[in-house]
Ligand binder design. Structure first.
Ligand SMILES: Cc1cc2nc3c(=O)[nH]c(=O)nc-3n(C[C@H](O)[C@H](O)[C@H](O)COP(=O)(O)OP(=O)(O)OC[C@H]3O[C@@H](n4cnc5c(N)ncnc54)[C@H](O)[C@@H]3O)c2cc1C
Length: 427
């Protein structure tokens, strides 16, 4: 639908249950704490958006907060690799947005954001139009298949539907789980994107290790082929190598330094410079990443770049003091992880509240804490803090435990549950 058609569609009035999702078609009229309350609209109810919404409301209950997501339920990417191989149940990952909205006192709207008019301060969704005083964009990532030369529409369709990366929350994971469980033998390829700006640096290594563990447990006549452009896993390498040698040996082949030029999803070949064509029977093709589409659409990405063009310390879009960007959509070189997104979101919530009050606050960097399981009850972790000096970010401190242990696995589960409780008021 073009803008004019959309505006016509949006002219009809709508209603809403506070904390609920009952909208008709048209412009969206939401009750505010008071007629003069400023409204903050948060786009994306992932690890970042949920935390921003909660902490803005907590910091100042008189601010009207509207959290929008296209999905009906929260699905956690962290811990999802364990669900793929039946180590944890689905109930651990899926949570109610309504309970979070109800508990923390903001509105939740299930809608897809189609466009934003930053001059008029309006968000256009498939359910209607909503005004904002301040906007937080927390829409996460998209896949950048072009960088792997997958451009043909038929090939793109196959890549997305037959080999879904499952690094964006939702239905991709369900399909991938079925593929793993139905795999009868052969080579199950897992690809790692290049660079360090893809979502969850250790994620593909954890996934490959757990799929190998699952094949070994079920005595599947096949193995995982892990194709990696890096020379070694960029984090927790010792822990993953331990697992590949001692826990899942014979069920995983590691191909480091494998610069991927192209993935032929029709003939099932990963084309690399170092190893030539690597054939696969089935697999999980994770391409490079870029910011979610809506940020491109509103002119929030510099030409030739892939992440939101924001002030690195204040998080507002360059040239727009009313629009902030949070979570994996950001362009700072922090690890794209849930813990980073959630700790950063608390700072962004305070920054939005300061902007509403016409004040400033000192910068506070986020913190990355990331666990990876290597079998059904052992895990490793890394913890990173950051600093900003002379216009550059660097690590303030790096701590890691790369010895797989049950203690780390218990801490992994406790970490996830604490986040679900904080973000979603989960039991
Ligand atoms: C398999 C896997 C394992 C991981 N493991 C870990 C881990 O162990 N530890 C860790 O810290 N991190 C981990 N991560 C990373 C973590 O999931 C992400 O870094 C985190 O989800 C980023 O949060 P976000 O809010 O930026 O994005 P998301 O959580 O992806 O949320 C973005 C939301 O925006 C919504 N959205 C996008 N566009 C629109 C639109 N136009 N309209 C409406 N809604 C929209 C999406 O539906 C989505 O809900 C893992 C990720 C994966 C995939």
């Amino acid at each position: 639908m073009d803008r004019r058609g959309f505006l016509k569609f949006a002219g009809i009035s709508a209603g809403l249950f506070v904390g609920g999702v009952s909208f008709g078609k048209g412009s969206i009229n939401l009750p505010k704490p008071s007629p003069k309350s400023p409204r903050v609209v948060v786009i994306g109810a992932g690890w970042s958006g949920l935390t921003v919404a909660k902490y803005i409301k907590k910091g100042n209950p008189s601010v009207d907060v509207v959290l929008i997501d296209k999905r009906a339920h929260f699905f956690s990417c962290p811990v999802s690799n364990l669900w793929l191989v039946d180590i944890v149940p689905l109930e651990m990952l899926v949570h109610s947005y309504l309970k979070a909205a109800d508990t923390y006192g903001y509105h939740f709207l299930q809608a897809t954001v189609i466009d934003i008019d930053r001059n008029k301060r309006k968000v256009y969704t498939d359910k209607g139009v909503i005004d904002y005083d301040f906007l937080v964009l927390a829409p996460g990532i998209d896949y950048d298949y072009e960088r792997w030369n997958i451009k043909d529409p038929e090939e793109l369709e196959i890549a997305k539907t037959k080999y879904p990366p499952a690094f964006i929350p939702g239905s991709e994971h369900i399909y991938l789980k079925k593929k793993i469980h139905n795999f009868e033998g052969g080579e199950f390829v897992v690809t790692v994107p290049p660079g360090l700006d893809y979502r969850c640096i250790p994620g593909p290594y954890e996934r490959a290790t757990l799929i190998a563990w699952f094949f070994k447990k079920d005595k599947v006549k096949g193995k995982v082929i892990l194709v990696d452009p890096h020379s070694d896993p960029p984090v927790k390498a010792k822990g993953f190598h331990y697992a590949w040698e001692k826990i899942v040996n014979g069920y995983i082949d590691y191909y480091p330094n494998a610069d991927i030029n192209y993935v032929d999803v029709i003939n099932r070949k990963v084309r690399t410079e170092a190893y030539g064509d690597i054939d696969f029977t089935d697999g999980n093709i994770y391409p490079p990443c870029k910011v979610a589409d809506i940020v491109y659409k509103i002119g929030g990405v510099k030409k030739g770049e892939r992440w939101a063009n924001i002030d690195p310390l204040k998080y507002n879009l360059i040239g727009d003091e009313r629009v902030f960007v949070s979570g994996d959509a950001r362009n700072q070189p922090f690890s794209k992880s849930g813990n980073t997104a959630a700790t950063e979101a608390k700072y962004i919530a305070r920054r939005v509240l300061a902007s509403i009050a016409g004040k400033d606050i000192p910068y506070k960097p986020p913190m990355t804490l990331c666990y990876s399981a290597v079998d059904e009850n052992k895990a490793v972790w890394v913890r990173l803090t950051y600093k900003y000096e002379k216009g550059q970010f660097s690590f303030a401190r790096v701590r890691t435990d790369e010895n797989p242990s049950q203690k780390n696995f218990k801490a992994y589960m406790a970490w996830a549950k604490a986040h679900y409780k904080d973000m979603l008021a989960a039991d």
